[in-house]
Unconditional design. Sequence first.
Length: 270
Amino acid sequence: MKHIRVTISHDESCKSPREWDSPIKLALYMRNYKLPNEIDFGFDGNSSDEDLELLQSKHKYACKVHSYNHSEIAFKTTPFRRPWDSGIAGFAVSDEDFIESEEQFLELVTSDLNEYNDWLNGNCYGYEIEVNGEDVGSCWGFIGDWDKSGILEEIKSTLEYELLSTRPDIVTELMNDISTTMEIDHAYERWIEEEMDNQKVKLFAMWSTDATGVYQETGSFADVMSCATLEEGRDWEVLEFDSVELADAFKFGVSKGIGWDDPMVEDMDN
């Protein structure tokens, strides 16, 4: 038996995304908050159209940034509907040559502001994975809704690696459970049998060239071919896999042209 333990937790020490390189520069102000001023603009919360015109004269693109502060903080490029909790919070500018239109600039500003909103409001996460009590993987700094931040893809990759030699067939089931039942700051735990069901899957492969060098890394199933028994022929092979998932992985690799010599693959009766 293997004991799988996966925990997704709030990341209390996540670095601000404003510390990363960005084509967008922000100058924000809100009383009692330390906000980024990346263009050294002396904005004190009293915005005017003259300020915007001044920035537009100095930068390729510039726009106002509006704020909303009521239980949570939010920034965006258009006004909020509740004027008593909102107002002008500053400006965003860019001088990047790759930005070719005002629309593209505003899309980039919106993306940066949404990410900054998530960080300000603590919408940051990390994960830890243990197998039989041993730490096999962890990563922090995922910003945004946890189920849309890329964290599930990282967990899946780690589980596929850890279970490749014993239970690659169960990873999809584990991920479905995790994505639907996970509670933040609580561990998901599962005991699994280490032996796969003794179900063989055979594929018939007709190769367009000599059947040599057919093994290539295929992403998560890097050892897929090592799990197959080969019966060599002149221009054909019978591949026998230990599970439907491994056979499907091989067929997927063939369909994408990953490292094989364009075989035609058909299922065979066991």
